[in-house]
Design a protein around this ligand. Structure first.
Ligand SMILES: [Fe+2]
Length: 377
């Protein structure tokens, strides 16, 4: 709902503004000036240092010249500016902001989800639907993608920019001798998150199927948010210790030693679980006192059980052209075993950062019809 002129008054006690009962500090308003002498029209960067504004600034007068969304404000130092009421209302939560990224929704095995066809993603509405599903569920599945070797680079760069690691810009998931990671064998992979030893941890993972002649090897996904909620519901002390104890994750291989320390569960400023780290073959808890460690081990055991519990898990096969996009900070992923002698199975994977799909969503929300992330030249 948009804000209206009659919801706006000056606030005498602060020298600021009152919109619909929300009092805005005069400096807060002054920092949102968009006049050409204050804001670069292309980069939208301020042309002044906001910390150097007079601290005692206040609002002198307000009026609405059009009785509509534009609000004319004169500040105590004589500076005059026009503000868009609807824009202010969006920022303070009085109106829905179309740029807001859809909030996560935890899910279990009964989740019903839509699969998207790559061929329809030039339609901005379809792409926005896909991104909405991704932000809510932390994954989405696309079909009908081209299956040329390394075409994943183009597919992923539609959404963001590649995060290269010592495994390369893209990695091949196929059985091979002397594998440097269990992913490159045909054994089952229990639920885990990727690369918690890296700083920063890779954000979004893509898995792209080029060939699959085996019957097993189903991909498994589990929502870390749902698991964290279930653990805390069962035993708050378990939930707390998983957010408190920093664990050392370490990868040591032929090309490097990577290490970082962080708790298994972290939350964002809103309280949403926003980072699960779970890689039981690579984690090393500090030598804490035995009582603390007993509690930690019990909590981690429960996390392992729920992360591999079919009640929390969805499974799906990869067929050539299937492209999975998943949030490595929220989902556990794994795979069922298969027989590598049965036939050829070849997936390629890569990572991008969180901000790419968020940027694409905001552009689409503001009416942009380009369904590809843009790169400055
Ligand atoms: Fe993995």
């Amino acid at each position: 709902m948009a804000a209206t002129w009659n919801q706006v008054t000056m606030d005498a006690s602060t020298g600021g503004l009152n919109i619909g009962g929300k009092v805005l500090h005069p400096l807060w308003l002054r920092e949102r000036v968009i006049e050409p002498d204050a804001l670069d029209p292309i980069s939208h960067q301020r042309l002044y240092e906001p910390a150097e504004l007079r601290p005692d600034i206040s609002i002198k007068t307000i009026k609405s010249s059009d009785n509509g969304p534009n609000l004319d404000v004169e500040f105590s130092d004589g500076y005059k500016a026009v503000f868009n009421l609807n824009k202010l209302a969006c920022e303070i939560g009085l109106a829905d902001n179309p740029e807001n990224i859809p909030q996560p929704k935890s899910w279990k095995t009964s989740l019903e989800f839509k699969r998207f066809s790559w061929n329809k993603l030039d339609d901005p509405t379809e792409m926005k639907d896909l991104l909405t599903a991704y932000f809510e569920n932390a994954f989405c599945i696309m079909d009908d993608t081209p299956t040329d070797r390394d075409s994943l680079i183009d597919h992923a760069e539609r959404f963001g920019f590649l995060r290269t690691t010592n495994f390369g810009a893209i990695f091949n998931v196929e059985t091979k001798p002397a594998a440097t990671d269990l992913a490159y064998t045909d054994v089952a992979l229990a639920s885990h998150t990727d690369n918690p030893y890296r700083l920063p941890v890779p954000s979004i993972q893509y898995l792209h199927c080029l060939a699959n002649e085996v019957s097993g090897g189903l991909s498994t996904l589990v929502d870390g948010m749902a698991v964290a909620e279930a653990i805390a519901d069962e035993n708050q002390a378990w939930g707390d210790i998983l957010e408190k104890v920093p664990v050392r994750f370490r990868y040591e291989g032929p090309t490097g030693i990577y290490e970082d320390m962080a708790p298994l569960i972290a939350r964002d400023y809103r309280g949403f679980v926003n980072h699960i780290r779970f890689s039981p073959r690579l984690d090393f808890v500090p030598a804490l006192d035995p009582d603390t460690l007993s509690l930690f081990y019990a909590a981690r055991r429960r996390m392992h059980e729920l992360a591999n519990d079919l009640a929390f898990q969805i499974q799906f096969p990869f067929k050539p052209g299937t492209l999975l996009m998943m949030n490595n900070y929220r989902l556990f992923h794994g795979r069922t075993a298969f027989n590598g002698q049965q036939g050829y199975r070849h997936l390629q994977g890569c990572y991008i950062d969180h901000d790419g799909p968020q940027c694409l969503y905001r552009l689409l929300a503001t009416g942009d019809t380009d369904t590809h992330i843009k790169r400055e030249t």
